[in-house]
Structures are given as C-alpha cells and as structure tokens.
Design a binder for this molecule. Structure first.
Ligand SMILES: NC(=O)c1ccc[n+]([C@@H]2O[C@H](COP(=O)([O-])OP(=O)(O)OC[C@H]3O[C@@H](n4cnc5c(N)ncnc54)[C@H](O)[C@@H]3O)[C@@H](O)[C@H]2O)c1
Length: 396
C-alpha cells in the first residue's frame, strides 16, 4: 500500500505522524512511504532520516495525497487538506469531530474513510491512541497553569508549592483519567494541595491508590465542585465521554464564586471544552479573560513538545498503521474490533454514534456503509495493535 505523510499545518503544530522507525517498519512490510518535504523538521527529524529508512520525499501535500491510499496525520485536517481528500483515501489522524459539524460535513463530502485516533479502543474499552497525548497534555496543563498564575502573566501571583510559612496553592482537577492523573502527579510534585474530581468511583479508587495519600479524590457533582471553587487557584479540566462533546462542569455563573485572576486550564477543549466559557486558543496566544478568570484553552498542547510527543504518539499508532496498511480497513477492523469505533466517517456518512449526535447528523453503522460483517467470535482478543506488534521485528 502507498502510505502518505503530509506535513502538519495547524498553527503551532510541530509533530509529525510517522518517525523513521515507522518508515522502516512499513517499508519492511512491503509498503511505499511518501513523506512531504520538511514534515519532520519540527520534531528534529530530517528528510534524510526518513530516506535512510526507505521513505521517499515529495515536494508538497498535493503530491503526497495524489499517490497515497493511507494518509497519516496528527491534528484534524485543515480546509486546504480536506480539499485534497478523495474516496480512495483512508485518513488516520486525530479528528475530534463531535464539536465540529462543518469539518464533519466536509469529510463526508470528500468520500474518504476517516479513522480517528481518539476513538480507537483496546480490548478493555480504553483509548490507546489518545492516552499518550493525554499524558503529555496533563503534564503540560499543570506547568502552564503554574506559569499563568504568575502576576506578570495575568494570574493571581501565587506559587503552586508555597514556601515554609506560606501555604501552597489549591489545584482542582476535574476528570481523573489520563489527563487528570498526569496533571495531578505534576501538581503533587510541585507541592500544591491537589483535589481530583471524577464521576467514576472505580477510577477514584485507582487514583487513591496511585496518589498514596498525596492528593484527595472527590466524587464529582455540581455541588461538590461549587463548594471547592471559592478556594481554588488553578482548575484543570480533563473530562471525557468517549467521542462526545465535553459536558460543561463549570458554568459562567460559577466563575463569580472564584478568586479574581485564578486560572482555568481546559484540556478538554478539543472536544468542545468542559467549561462554559472556554474557546480554543493557540500556543502563540494561549489565554484570555472572562469575568476576571484567566482561561488557557490550547487545543494542541502536546504540539509544543514535539520531540516527546511525536515519538509517544507514533509508538502507539504504529501497530495500527501496519494493520491498516497490511490488511486494508475492512480486514483490519474484522481482526481488531477496537478499530471499528475509530471509523468516524465513511462513504459520505457519519459512522460513530456519539459524533453523529454531537454534530446533529444521521448515524450509519460502518458495517452498513463499508459493506462488511464483524466475525461472531473469530476476532483477535487483543486487537490489531497486538497482532501487528507481533509481526514487527524486535517486538516481543
Ligand atoms: N488540549 C489538548 O491538547 C489535549 C491533548 C490530549 C487530550 N485532550 C483531551 O483531554 C480530554 C481528557 O482525555 P483523557 O485521555 O484524560 O480521557 P479519559 O477517558 O482517560 O478520562 C476522562 C475522565 O473523565 C471522567 N468524567 C467524565 N465525565 C465527567 C464529569 N462530568 N465529571 C467528572 N469526571 C468526568 C471519566 O470518568 C474519566 O475518568 C479529552 O477530551 C481529550 O481529547 C486534549
């Protein structure tokens, strides 16, 4: 199969969807890899590094997509990229479509099959292609929040960890998944007082063990959040309902309960934001103020640390890329049922229920649109990731 890697063009995005490691694996599986010139530069990967592992360099995204069947990306395609998509393409990238009806309609019009990293599931229903970026975004969330709390940046002017004789700042983290746990670990390390809110009791149990008493866990509800808001200096939002638009856990009205110049970091902004007053921002202009509260809502936080995040992302995506390239979409999905919820758009239809609900469009099942049936019980229990990983040299 011909596998194409265009350069990322979203503002302040320096990641690339494939590393030389991936180019080598795909080449060894007999696939042809075409990388846009300069695509790896932001992640300190040169064209020569790709070429040395068997990839071919093409001068533009147009050239890459003219040839490629499987198109690899990091962020959602920008309008000029959507214009290049055709029915023969399988696009494999982050999409975050639930809050993006316009992009969803444009992808439907392209006729391409669009598989979203963030809704691919493993055999336990977890999100293996979202987790590495959430780990990074969670860590950045606390760093960024601590920075924005500094007075010259508009914050209250409080040091997260305090000093002997002066109390630490209070950090509230809403959503204790991959983002929330990693944000909490950094906040604990910076010696803040940390409170993690989640709706899942099982998750709160796991967090309680992981924190070993160094942070408090709280069952998330409107009242429990409201009661803590007057005391907090930094709030980090990392709630997620798989594939769906983020629920609002802090309303505009509730901002009035908070201290002036406290900071909100909305990591869930890529799913529409979990604070009512959130709107997407960029690394170049990351914050704005609403009712005296500083909002940080960067939609591609891991893009700021591409050397870490390109490798963390591609470590996770590579087995799925190999499965898609080796078997094609339908067989890859039949071998790994966890890839099926990844298919968000196909044959001009929305093929993920929560996305369809989020954008207000009709849902059609991937089976119906692509014309296949899932095996009754013949599918691999551990997923395409594991199937493909076993086929990789050096994998255990
Ligand atoms: N901005 C960025 O650059 C960036 C980067 C990575 C991830 N994200 C986003 O961060 C969000 C969180 O991702 P994750 O991987 O941590 O998800 P996750 O599934 O691991 O965790 C989400 C947690 O939210 C909890 N939750 C759901 N509804 C809740 C509610 N109403 N109140 C409290 N908790 C609730 C769930 O129980 C779960 O524990 C996602 O929207 C993801 O796309 C953003």
């Amino acid at each position: 199969m011909k596998v194409g890697v265009p350069a990322e063009i979203k503002a302040d995005e320096y990641r690339v969807a494939l590393t030389p490691i991936g180019a080598r694996e795909l080449a060894e599986h007999g696939h042809e890899v075409i990388v846009e010139r300069g695509a790896g530069e932001g992640s300190a990967i040169s064209d020569a590094d790709f070429e040395a592992q068997g990839a071919r360099i093409a001068p533009s995204a147009e050239d890459v997509l003219a040839e490629a069947e499987l198109v690899l990306g990091v962020k959602e395609p920008q309008p000029e990229e959507v214009a290049l998509l055709r029915p023969q393409h399988t696009l494999f990238t982050y999409l975050h479509l639930a809050p993006a009806p316009e992009l969803t309609r444009a992808l439907c019009d392209s006729g391409a099959t669009c598989i979203a990293y963030e809704t691919v599931e493993d055999s336990r229903g977890r999100l293996p292609l979202l987790a590495p970026m959430s780990e990074i975004a969670g860590k950045i969330a606390t760093q960024a929040g601590a920075f924005m709390l500094e007075k010259p940046l508009g914050g209250r002017g409080i040091l997260l960890g305090g000093v002997p004789g002066v109390a630490s700042a209070n950090v509230m983290i809403i959503g204790g998944g991959a983002v929330g746990m990693n944000a909490a670990f950094i906040a604990i390390g910076m010696e803040a007082d940390v409170f993690v809110y989640d709706k899942s009791i099982d998750r709160l149990r796991e967090l309680d063990v992981a924190f070993g008493g160094r942070a408090s866990t709280v069952f998330s509800s409107t009242l429990s959040i409201e009661e803590r808001l007057p005391d907090v200096d930094l709030v980090i939002g990392g709630v997620l309902v798989h594939g769906a638009r983020a629920p609002h856990v802090i309303s505009r009205e509730q901002l009035a309960l908070m201290k002036r110049s406290a900071v909100l970091v909305d990591v869930a902004i890529d799913q529409g934001g979990c604070f009512e007053t959130s709107k997407p921002t960029t690394h170049s202009d990351p914050t704005y103020e609403v009712d005296g509260i500083i909002h940080y809502c960067v939609a591609n936080m891991p893009g700021a640390v591409p050397i870490t995040s390109t490798y963390a992302l591609t470590n996770a995506t590579l087995p799925y890329m190999l499965a898609l390239a080796d078997h094609g979409v339908i067989d890859a999905v039949r071998r790994d049922p966890g890839l099926k919820p990844g298919i968000n758009v196909a044959g001009g239809k929305v093929t993920h229920e929560a996305v369809a609900e989020g954008v207000g469009m009709d849902y059609s099942s991937p089976e119906q649109v692509l014309g296949f049936e899932m095996p009754v019980n013949g599918a691999s229990a551990d997923g395409a990731g594991a199937t493909a990983a076993r086929a990789m040299p050096g994998s255990s």
